[in-house]
Write a protein that binds this ligand. Structure first.
Ligand code: ATP
Ligand code: MG
Length: 277
C-alpha cells in the first residue's frame, strides 16, 4: 500500500483548461520525490489533490490505499501536510507564533504540546526570532519559512512542498535542503516537492517525475532521468551543472565515475586525481 497514489487522475478547471491528463503517481513510504516541470505543467494542481483541496474530474487519488471522503478528510490533512507555492495563500494569523500554532491547535493538542511543536518548527526553519512578528510584514522568504513551519508543526507523515526554495536566499536553500534530509532520515517522513531548481533535486530526492502539459512524461531515479539531457531540454528543463561537468570530463577521457551531488562529485574527482579520501 502506497502513502499516496493517483490512478489515471485527470483534472479540468472551470473554463475547460485540462491541467492534469491521466496522472499515475506513487509516493511510497520514506521516498523523497521531486516533481519537475516548466511553468503550467500541472505540479501545483497535482499537489492540491494530495490532501483533498481539489477533487479529481476523473480517475482517483488514494491515501494509504483509501479514497479521500468527507469522513476521512480531517485524517488525510493530518497525515499529508501541504505547503502551498505562495505563502500568502496559507498565512492569516496576527503573529507568526499564532499562525504556526493554528494547525496543531486544530488537531486538538494541549497547549503545552502546541507550544513545544511551534517552537521546534520555528527552530527547524530558523525563524525563532520572528515568533512575535506580523506575518504580512515579513519578506517573501521569511513568509515561506512561516508557511513551512506551520505544516511541520502538524508532524505529518508526508510533507508536500510546492516550490519550497522559490524566494529563499542561498543560505535558506542550504538550510531547507539540510532540514528536509533530516526530516526524512530522523523521522522517516516521506517528502514530495516540486521545483524548477534542478541542482537541488539530487541533493534531496531519490526519485523524479517530469511533468509537461498536464502529463507525466518521464520518471525514474536521479541517474535514469538526468541521463536524458535532450528529453529534459525538450521540456524546458536542464541537467544540473555537476553531472554535466562530470560528463564533459568523461567525454574528454578523464576516468571519473558519474556523480550527482556535491559530495559525490568531490569524491569522484579526488579519486580520479589519485587523492586519498
Ligand atoms: N484557477 C485556475 N483556473 C483555470 N486554469 C488554471 C487555474 N490554475 C491553474 N490553471 C492552469 O492549469 C495549468 C497547470 O497549472 P499549475 O499551476 O498546476 O502549473 P505548475 O506546474 O504548478 O506551474 P508553475 O511552475 O508556474 O507553478 C496551467 O495551464 C494553468 O494555466
Ligand atoms: Mg505551481
Amino acid at each position: 500500500m502506497h502513502l499516496i497514489e493517483t490512478r489515471d487522475l485527470c483534472y479540468t478547471y472551470a473554463g475547460n483548461v485540462t491541467a492534469l491528463d491521466c496522472i499515475n503517481f506513487i509516493a511510497p513510504r520514506n521516498a523523497r520525490i521531486a516533481v519537475i516541470g516548466s511553468n503550467g505543467a500541472g505540479k501545483s494542481t497535482l499537489f492540491k489533490h494530495f490532501n483533498g483541496i481539489f477533487k479529481a474530474t476523473s480517475g482517483s487519488v488514494l491515501i494509504r490505499g483509501e479514497p479521500i471522503t468527507k469522513e476521512n478528510i480531517r485524517e488525510v490533512r493530518k497525515y499529508v501536510g501541504l505547503v502551498f507555492q505562495y505563502p500568502d495563500d496559507q498565512i492569516f494569523s496576527p503573529t507568526v507564533e499564532q499562525d504556526v500554532a493554528f494547525g496543531p491547535t486544530n488537531l486538538g493538542l494541549d497547549d503545552e504540546t502546541v507550544h513545544h511543536r511551534v517552537h521546534e518548527a520555528l527552530k527547524i526553519v530558523g525563524i525563532e526570532h520572528l515568533a512575535l512578528r506580523v506575518p504580512h510584514h515579513l519578506s517573501g522568504g521569511e513568509k515561506k519559512r512561516v508557511a513551512i513551519a506551520g505544516v511541520i508543526a502538524m508532524e505529518p507523515q508526508v510533507l508536500v512542498l510546492d516550490e519550497p526554495t522559490a524566494g529563499l536566499d542561498p543560505q535558506g536553500v542550504a538550510d531547507l535542503n539540510a532540514f528536509i534530509n533530516s526530516l526524512s532520515t530522523r523521522y522517516g517522513m516521506t517528502v514530495v516537492f516540486s521545483t524548477h531548481d534542478v541542482a537541488l533535486v539530487p541533493e534531496i530526492a531519490d526519485y523524479i517525475y517530469v511533468m509537461h502539459k498536464g502529463r507525466i512524461v518521464a520518471e525514474g531515479t536521479i541517474e535514469q532521468v538526468f541521463m536524458q539531457p535532450e528529453m529534459l531540454k525538450s521540456y524546458r528543463l536542464d541537467v544540473p551543472v555537476l553531472p554535466r561537468l562530470i560528463r564533459s570530463l568523461k567525454d574528454n577521457g578523464i576516468d571519473v565515475t558519474m556523480a550527482y551531488t556535491f559530495d559525490e562529485v568531490r569524491k569522484s574527482l579526488l579519486k580520479a586525481f589519485g587523492k586519498d579520501l
